[in-house]
Design a protein around this ligand. Structure first.
Ligand SMILES: Nc1ncnc2c1ncn2[C@@H]1O[C@H](COP(=O)(O)OP(=O)(O)OP(=O)(O)O)[C@@H](O)[C@H]1O
Ligand SMILES: [Mg+2]
Length: 248
């Protein structure tokens, strides 16, 4: 699906779990999946942690860059690839993704129904806490906009977070999917609870085994609820594909 209609890009996702829980590994498969379907892909990876290959040798498509401007030139030149940067230019990266998605829509003629279509973008921030732009007491308005106005922006915004406590509660309240790994810390639980995660889901998080995760969707059933436990990318892929497939 290289081209999507404006208003159909309806995902913002937080991957939450402690060190080595498997969040970056799962998140990069999500980014790779959309990139292979033709989406522009940018990622902020300050620690150069995201793998260029999965454990079975499958390439993730990552092309590393020092700065955002290098990443943008390379992205425009190649089109494909998951372009990562090792600076903490989070806000400019989100802004650039919006501009790229918007330019793609402007480059396509309107459909007979008057709809805008274009190539959407995904932005993934590997460790949002490192940036000081979504601290417990402050969240940058551009980050909030990335979480909330995904349909308007034509951009999927996703982030990884090691500690909920170190992060602003709006990062959880305004993401429409949370991927939750094992977290056994009451202060992190409290922040997730402030971010809209119910107690039953928190209780289920404590039962998770290595690399297992829950998918929390804060909508009424049947579309909302807490699903899992899951392991591996396949269950998340199915959910993402279902959410991004336009309903007739
Ligand atoms: N579902 C899985 N099955 C098998 N191995 C996995 C799975 N998920 C992750 N791993 C392995 O665990 C390693 C650590 O995972 P990952 O890098 O995602 O941790 P993380 O949660 O991002 O931790 P950190 O916060 O330290 O970056 C991966 O490099 C991978 O080899
Ligand atoms: Mg990681």
């Amino acid at each position: 699906m290289p081209i999507a209609t404006q208003g159909k890009v309806n995902i913002s996702a937080g991957f939450v779990g402690p060190e080595e829980s498997g969040k970056s590994y799962l998140a990069i498969q999500f980014v790779r999946h959309l990139n292979r379907r033709g989406w522009w892909a940018l990622a902020v990876d300050a620690n150069d942690d995201l793998p260029t290959k999965l454990d079975d040798g499958t390439p993730t498509g990552i092309v590393r860059h020092e700065t955002l401007s290098e990443a943008l030139s390379s992205l425009r030149e190649r089109g494909g690839g998951v372009h990562t940067i090792s600076t903490l230019e989070i806000v400019p990266t989100i802004t650039a993704a919006k501009e790229i998605a918007r330019a793609s829509m402007d480059a396509h003629p309107l459909t007979a129904e008057g709809a805008r279509q274009g190539r959407p973008a995904i932005v993934y921030i590997d460790e949002i806490v490192a940036s000081q732009q979504a601290t417990p007491h402050h969240i940058d308005p551009v980050i909030l906009d990335g979480l909330v106005r995904r349909r308007h922006n034509h951009v999927v915004f996703a982030y990884g977070c090691q500690s909920a406590l170190a992060c602003h509660y709006m990062m959880f309240l305004r993401a429409n999917i949370l991927i939750l790994f094992y977290v056994n810390n009451q202060k992190d639980h409290k922040r997730l609870s402030d971010g809209g995660v119910d107690q039953e889901t928190i209780n289920r998080m404590i039962q998770l085994k290595q690399y297992e995760y829950l998918i929390f969707i804060s909508k009424a059933p049947p579309n909302g609820g807490t699903f899992g436990p899951y392991k591996g990318f396949e269950p998340l892929r199915r959910l993402v594909d279902a959410m991004l497939t336009p309903k007739r």
